[in-house]
Design a protein around this ligand. Structure first.
Ligand SMILES: Nc1ncnc2c1ncn2[C@@H]1O[C@H](COP(=O)(O)OP(=O)(O)OP(=O)(O)O)[C@@H](O)[C@H]1O
Ligand SMILES: [Mg+2]
Length: 271
């Protein structure tokens, strides 16, 4: 049963440098079921962030009959009680401590201060950062800051979480660690997640399904079920085969967009 569903979504932006309207998304239909972890992959500029913004109710889509629904109800505005969004450039407020950053989204909720604190600690515990609760962002590493941003999204305890390249700026190893933490947290907490990444390894590791976008205009080229058993082992032959398969789909998507395909052989972990 689909929790979030997008039907025939198109988006046209006005491009000022070309003085014309450009179709960024064309007729994108997509759904994520309860507790499903769906990854969106696609060339840069194909409209993944735009699509996530539309799912979140932050950006309107073209008025041509398309719609986004959550549990069958049309989304016309942000739904903070239903949908958490970790942006591509999620940042922590430097003047707030780690715990105050995690509490941020809860401050508008009808909760007591003690409840808020307890909730924030629960998620800091999950990612091993309780000891850093009173640190300021400048006193922690980039990887820790991403964990805090992750906690801030999880602490909202929404049924749906949208994540736009949440670990994009991290080194490969920290990224892999956070990826496996996220996989176990999501299994435990049972959330529906739509996750954008450029990393094929991350997609293969995390996704129950992977939707590959082609560009100009962005369309879902293929929607693949990830049958790798869990727990997944990065570097196992089956894992590598699946990453190779994703790489081929992505090369196809890039070619369709008129970009030169990558010539390098080994795709593991990059696009
Ligand atoms: N507010 C806007 N006004 C005009 N054009 C926009 C706007 N937002 C996005 N675009 C255009 O829409 C296209 C898709 O952008 P988007 O950020 O969704 O791509 P993306 O797939 O997330 O790329 P990346 O992988 O680099 O993050 C780009 O050509 C971008 O310039
Ligand atoms: Mg983006």
């Amino acid at each position: 049963m689909a929790v979030i569903q997008a039907t025939k979504i198109s988006k046209t932006f006005y491009n000022p440098s070309e003085s014309r309207a450009v179709k960024t998304l064309d007729d994108v239909s997509f759904s994520a079921d309860k507790d499903e972890f769906v990854v969106l992959l696609g060339p840069s500029g194909c409209g993944k962030s735009t699509f996530l913004n539309i799912l979140a109710g932050l950006t309107s889509h073209d008025r041509d009959g398309g719609k986004v629904t959550v549990h069958g109800r049309t989304v016309l505005a942000p739904q903070p009680d239903l949908i958490a969004y970790m942006f591509q450039d999620s940042i922590l407020y430097p003047w707030r401590t780690v715990i105050k950053n995690v509490e941020l989204g809860l401050e508008t909720r009808a909760m007591s201060r003690a409840e808020r604190r307890e909730r924030a600690f629960k998620y800091l515990d999950l990612v091993g950062l309780r000891a850093y609760a009173d640190h300021y962002p400048r006193q922690i590493s980039g990887g820790m800051a991403q964990r805090v941003a992750l906690c801030r999204s999880l602490a909202l305890e929404t049924e749906i979480i949208l994540m736009d390249e949440p670990f994009g700026a991290l080194d490969e190893q920290t990224r892999a660690t956070l990826g496996s933490e996220l996989a176990s947290i999501c299994r435990e907490l049972k959330r529906t997640v739509v996750f954008v990444t450029h990393s094929l390894a991350e997609a293969a590791f995390l996704g129950d399904r992977i939707a590959v976008f082609s560009a100009q205009p962005g369309r879902i080229k293929i929607d693949i079920k990830n049958n790798l058993p869990r727990p997944r082992v990065m570097g196992s032959p089956e894992f590598r085969n699946f990453v190779d398969e994703l790489w081929l789909h992505l090369q196809d998507a890039k070619q369709q967009a008129g970009a030169a395909p990558d010539r390098q052989g080994s795709p593991l972990g990059a696009t």
